[in-house]
Design a protein around this ligand. Structure first.
Ligand code: HGA
Length: 608
C-alpha cells in the first residue's frame, strides 16, 4: 500500500526522502512524488511509475529544502497518473501525502467545490488538502486545522502535511493506516514503516489510532484523538540495517526464502525451557485465556489465511476443539455466531492489514480473548489484542510472502501445543514435537539444497498459462499457498484443489498444457492421492510431484518427482512449502517479471 516518508531537519532532505521511498517501494509503486519546503515556497515533483522516475527528475526540485514529504502510491481512487500522484496541494503553500481511503470524500469534495476549490486529481486524498486550507482561512493555526479536519474525515488515513509559511514544521496524523515517527538528533522524521528511516535513525515512536503529531527538528508533540497532549514511548529497531537490504541475492524474495532457517530459530528463541514451551511468551493473561478456550476462530487474509487453514488441521487433531478459519474481508461483514469461550486468532505479517484489523475490532467484545500472531511488534493488531505472539521473521520486503508464512506456521504450531496441554497432550509428546521444531533450521537448510533441481523443473512452467496444484489434508492449504505464490509473481493462472475434488470438475481442464503440481508426502493420505494423480495421467496431464522418501511415485514420461528428506508428519506443511516457494520464484525469473514488486499488488494491505 502507499508509502509515506517525511523529514524536518537542518540539512537538505531530498536524498533522505528518496532513499526512504526506495525502501518503501515494496508498498506501492505506481507513481511517486515529493514536496520540499525552501525559502518560503513549496516545490513539488511527481512522476507516474517507479521511484526511479522520480529520482531521474529530482534535479528539478530545490536541493536545499530541509523540510519535506514524499510518497509512493498504490492507487485506490483514480488511475496511476502523474496528476493523481501525491503530494497533493491546495494553492501554492500546502502539501499533503496520504495512505488510506477517505470514505466520505464525495460530500467533502462537493462542499469544497461550492467554496470555490478546484480539484486537479481524481483522488480522495485531495479533499484533505483543500479542507485544511479551508479551515486555515478561519485564522487558526495549521495544527488546529489538522485537528479539526480529522474530525470531518471518515475512513482510514496516515497523513503528512507541510506548509510554506511554517517551514520548520512537519505534521502527521493517523487512523487506520500505519505511521511511525523516527526520532533523530536535531532532526525528526515520519514514515509508514521503520525500514524507510533506518539510514537516519533506529529510534521510533509508534503513533496510536487518532494521534496527531507536530514535529520540528528538536521537538515531537503528540495529541490523542481528543486533542490532549500525550507521551508515546520510543523504541529501538532491533533487526539491524542488513535486514532491509538484498545483500548478495538477486531479489528480496530469494533472500527471504534463504533466511528461513534463521527465522525458524528466532521464532522459537526465548520461548522454550527444558524442551517445553513457556506460555508467558503469549502474554501475561495467556494461561488464564488458554485454560478457558473451548474453540478457536482464526481470521486472516491471503497467505496468512493459508497458514490459518493449516493450523485448523493441527488444532482439531491435537487439541480436539473446534476451529473455524475465515478470510477477514468476509468475516467482518457476516453475522458471525461466536461464543464466549472462543479464542480469536488473527494473523497478519504487518499487523496493519485493514480487513483483519476491522474483523478484530468488530468481534473482540464477543469472544474470550484475541491473540495476534504478527511480525511487527508495535502494529495496531498487536496493540489491540489481549495476547500476541511475535513471529520475529524480520522485515519482509518481497510482496510475495515467504518467511512470514513459515514463521506464522511455527507460531501456530506452538500455540496448538499450548492449547493441547490443557486437553491432555503429555509432556513427553510436547517435548518430542518441540525437538522437531528445534530441528527445523537444519531441515530447511536441506530443503534449500533442492534449489537447482526445482529451478530445472521450473522450465516446464515458463511457457504455460495455467496450472493446477493438488494436496490432501493439511497439504491442501500448502497447495493453495503454492498456487497463490505462482500467480502472484509469475502471473500464471494457478488453482489449488483438494486432490479428491479433481473428479468433481477441474479434471475437465487437464490436458498436456496444464501442468499439475502435487504435494504428496509419505503419509496416510498418499494412496488416495496416488489414485487422484492416476486420473491426471490418464488424461495426458503432466505431473510435477513433491514427494517423501521410500514411496512408489517414480519419475517416468510425464511425471517429474522431487524427493524431500524425511519429515515429521506435523511439519510436512512447513517442509513442502519451501520447494513451492522456490518453484514460483524460478518460474517468475524465467518469465522476467518483477519478482519483488509484482504488478497490481502491494505489501501490507492497509486499505479495505
Ligand atoms: N486513496 C489514495 C491513497 C491510496 C492508498 O493509500 N493506497 O494504499 C489514492 O488513491 O491516492
Amino acid at each position: 500500500m502507499c508509502g509515506i516518508v517525511g523529514a524536518v531537519a537542518t540539512r537538505p532532505v531530498a536524498e533522505i526522502l528518496l532513499e526512504g521511498l526506495r525502501r518503501l517501494e515494496y508498498r506501492g509503486y505506481d507513481s511517486a512524488g515529493m514536496a520540499l519546503c525552501s525559502e518560503g515556497e513549496i516545490s513539488r515533483l511527481r512522476r507516474a511509475g517507479k521511484v526511479q522516475a522520480l529520482a531521474d527528475g529530482l534535479a528539478e526540485l530545490p536541493q536545499q529544502g530541509t523540510t519535506g514529504i514524499a510518497h509512493t502510491r498504490w492507487a485506490t481512487h483514480g488511475k496511476p497518473t502523474e496528476t493523481n500522484a501525491h503530494p497533493h496541494m491546495s494553492g501554492e503553500s500546502l502539501a499533503i501525502v496520504h495512505n488510506g481511503i477517505i470514505e466520505n470524500y464525495e460530500p467533502l469534495r462537493e462542499m469544497l467545490k461550492s467554496q470555490g476549490y478546484i480539484f486537479g486529481s481524481e483522488t480522495d486524498t485531495e479533499v484533505v488538502a483543500h479542507l485544511l486550507d479551508h479551515l486555515l482561512k478561519t485564522g487558526i493555526t495549521l495544527i488546529e486545522a489538522l485537528k479539526q479536519a480529522i474530525t470531518q474525515l471518515e475512513g482510514a488515513y496516515a497523513l503528512g502535511v507541510i506548509h510554506a509559511d511554517q517551514p520548520d514544521q512537519l505534521l502527521a496524523a493517523r487512523k487506520g493506516s500505519p505511521l511511525v515517527v523516527g526520532v533523530g538528533i536535531g532532526e525528526n522524521f515520519i514514515a509508514s514503516d521503520q525500514l524507510a528511516l533506518l539510514p537516519v535513525t533506529d529510534r521510533f515512536m509508534f503513533l496510536e489510532e487518532g494521534d496527531i503529531a507536530q514535529i520540528t527538528t528538536t521537538q515531537i508533540h503528540i495529541f490523542d484523538r481528543q486533542g490532549t497532549p500525550v507521551e508515546r514511548s520510543i523504541s529501538q529497531f532491533e533487526h539491524g540495517q542488513a535486514a532491509a537490504e538484498k545483500g548478495e541475492f538477486k531479489h528480496f524474495m530469494l533472500k527471504e526464502i534463504y533466511e528461513q532457517p534463521e527465522v525458524m530459530k528466532r521464532v522459537l528463541e526465548g520461548r522454550i525451557s527444558n524442551g517445553h514451551l513457556l506460555e508467558q511468551a503469549w502474554g501475561v493473561t495467556a494461561s488464564d485465556v488458554f485454560d478457558r478456550t473451548e474453540r478457536v476462530q482464526i481470521v486472516a487474509c491471503g497467505t496468512s489465511y493459508h497458514a490459518g487453514m493449516i493450523a485448523r488441521y493441527w488444532i482439531e487433531s491435537l487439541v480436539g476443539i473446534p476451529c473455524q478459519v475465515e478470510v477477514a474481508s468476509e468475516f467482518r461483514y457476516r453475522d458471525v455466531v461466536l461464543s464466549k469461550d472462543t479464542l480469536l486468532i488473527t494473523l497478519s505479517q504487518s499487523g496493519e492489514t485493514a480487513d483483519t484489523l476491522a474483523a478484530l475490532r468488530e468481534v473482540k467484545e464477543r469472544v474470550l480473548a484475541s491473540l495476534a500472531i504478527c511480525n511487527v511488534p508495535g502494529s495496531s493488531l498487536v496493540r489491540e489484542s489481549e495476547l500476541a505472539l511475535m513471529t520475529n521473521a524480520g522485515p519482509e520486503i518481497g510482496v510475495a510472502s515467504t518467511k512470514a508464512f513459515t514463521s506464522q506456521l511455527v507460531a501456530l504450531l506452538m500455540t496448538t501445543l499450548i492449547l493441547a496441554r490443557r486437553k491432555g497432550l503429555d509432556g513427553a509428546k510436547e517435548q518430542q514435537i518441540v525437538k522437531e521444531l528445534q530441528a527445523l533450521p537444519a531441515l530447511i537448510d536441506s530443503l534449500l539444497e533442492m534449489d537447482t533441481a526445482v529451478a530445472k523443473m521450473s522450465e516446464a512452467f515458463a511457457e504455460k498459462h495455467h496450472s493446477l496444484f493438488l494436496g490432501r489434508g493439511s497439504l491442501y492449504p500448502v497447495a493453495m499457498e503454492g498456487a497463490l505464490k505462482l500467480k502472484e509473481i509469475s502471473y500464471i493462472h494457478a488453482e489449488a484443489y483438494p486432490a479428491g475434488e479433481l473428479k468433481h470438475g477441474p479434471l475437465a481442464l487437464v490436458d498436456k498444457d496444464m501442468p499439475v503440481v502435487a504435494v504428496a508426502p509419505n503419509n496416510e493420505m498418499l494412496d488416495k492421492l496416488k489414485s487422484n494423480l492416476q486420473e491426471v495421467r490418464a488424461r495426458g496431464g503432466e505431473l510435477f510431484v513433491f514427494t517423501g522418501c521410500g514411496q512408489s511415485i517414480q519419475n517416468e514420461q510425464g511425471v517429474t518427482t522431487l524427493t524431500l528428506p524425511p519429515v515429521h508428519p506435523l511439519l510436512e506443511p512447513l517442509a513442502y512449502t519451501i520447494p513451492l516457494q522456490l518453484l514460483s520464484y524460478h518460474v517468475a525469473v524465467l518469465k522476467g517479471t518483477d519478482v519483488d514488486q509484482p504488478r497490481n499488488l502491494a505489501k501490507s494491505v492497509t486499505v479495505e
